[in-house]
Design a protein around this ligand. Structure first.
Ligand code: APR
Length: 322
């Protein structure tokens, strides 16, 4: 069986970690593309030179030419500016939309059969634009946000309960912004509801348990900003890269994992013709199915709020002529 090929568009902070993780997992051969001359060549050379130490057999190359992505099975896009302290993801709209348009033309022309995972922000708008310009079918084009938002939520839950994060399952739906919807009701540790574990911890004090849960939900919503504030010169890069690799692996190995994905909705959650963070099955056909969970009234209204926020950014983008 020949090896798979992944093209990474954007060789910055996330792009570099993506290349290293994919190599370590021997998931695919890697082509790292950037507009900056020599930099992607330097990064891939550096990673390749660790192959003996880490023991991986994949080929890594850097390029400034879109043609080198021909034949890619999957493309991950991180081209674009990251946030600086005080900026929202939406503040990146104009700059990153210009970049995304170019990228979508390049990918659409040179790797039209690839699956595509977009990471660039503002995520929901960038996925929408990429799909429109590239013409690659909706089920093959998706965005990474929910896997990371859910991992952040799970991490906070594990820290709070003093339990292994490996057993925590928590999902975040909606847009990749401050209106995202961490699903408290479904959060569990090996099947045991987190709400119940919190009440045990706080000896039946329901109010305290709710207060602690609310604080974790709030921290999850602004977790990206928390990292930006500390880094000062850019945004999170290790965790977004890990999250996109989990999605790529599920597709390339046909694992059929149920992952929160920025996927195209066709009637689900009352949305038609619209990208949003929803639980989706990722396998050999890309987004194979969007799962429609039953939501209570509060969750529904939070999701509606998130949908409106996403619609606003996408609308702004269209008004800007993209
Ligand atoms: N084509 C390809 N690459 C481009 C283009 C373009 N037209 N314009 C810029 N780039 C490259 C930059 O040269 C840079 O190397 O995109 C890379 C972005 O890397 P970083 O600035 O390090 O940003 P990173 O932290 O990797 O985040 C990338 O993902 O999470 C989002 O908000 C984040 O939008 C940002 C993106």
């Amino acid at each position: 069986m020949s090896r798979k090929k992944i093209a990474l568009i954007g060789g910055g902070q996330i792009g570099g970690v993506l290349a290293q993780l994919i190599a370590l997992k021997e998931l695919a051969d890697i082509v790292l593309f950037d507009i900056v001359e020599d930099m992607p060549q330097g990064k891939t050379l550096d990673i390749a030179e660790a192959s003996r130490v880490d023991g991986f057999d994949v080929s890594l190359s850097g390029t400034n030419d879109y043609k080198d992505m021909a034949g890619s099975d999957l493309v991950i896009i991180t081209a674009g500016l990251p946030r600086k302290p005080g900026m929202s993801r939406d503040d990146l709209l104009t700059t990153n939309a210009k970049i995304m348009k170019q990228v979508a033309e390049g990918v659409g022309e040179n790797a039209p059969n690839a699956f595509v995972i977009v990471i660039s922000n503002p995520l929901d708008a960038m996925v929408t634009l990429f799909q429109k310009v590239s013409g690659i079918p909706h089920h093959k084009v998706m965005g990474q946000a929910g896997v990371l938002d859910s991992s952040r939520f799970s991490t906070f839950i594990a820290w709070e309960l003093g339990l292994s994060v490996k057993d925590v399952n928590a999902m975040v739906l909606g847009g990749h912004g401050d209106t995202m919807v961490p699903l408290v009701r479904y959060a569990n540790v090996n099947g045991v509801p987190v709400t119940e574990l919190l009440e045990l911890k706080y000896e039946g004090d329901k109010e305290k348990a709710k207060e602690v849960m609310d604080a974790m939900v709030q921290r999850t919503k602004v977790a990206g900003g928390e990292v930006v504030k500390l880094l000062k010169t850019g945004s999170a890069f290790y965790s977004p890269a890990s999250s996109a690799v989990a999605m790529a692996e599920s597709i390339l190995k046909d694992q059929k994992r149920l992952l929160p994905t920025c996927a195209f909705c066709e009637g689900q959650y009352g949305l038609d013709g619209f990208y949003l963070g929803v639980p989706a099955v990722l396998g050999a056909n890309g987004v194979e199915k969007v799962i429609e969970l039953s939501l209570d009234e509060t969750e529904k209204s939070m999701l509606e709020n998130s949908v409106n926020a996403v619609k606003n950014v996408v609308g702004d983008m269209e008004r800007l002529g993209f």
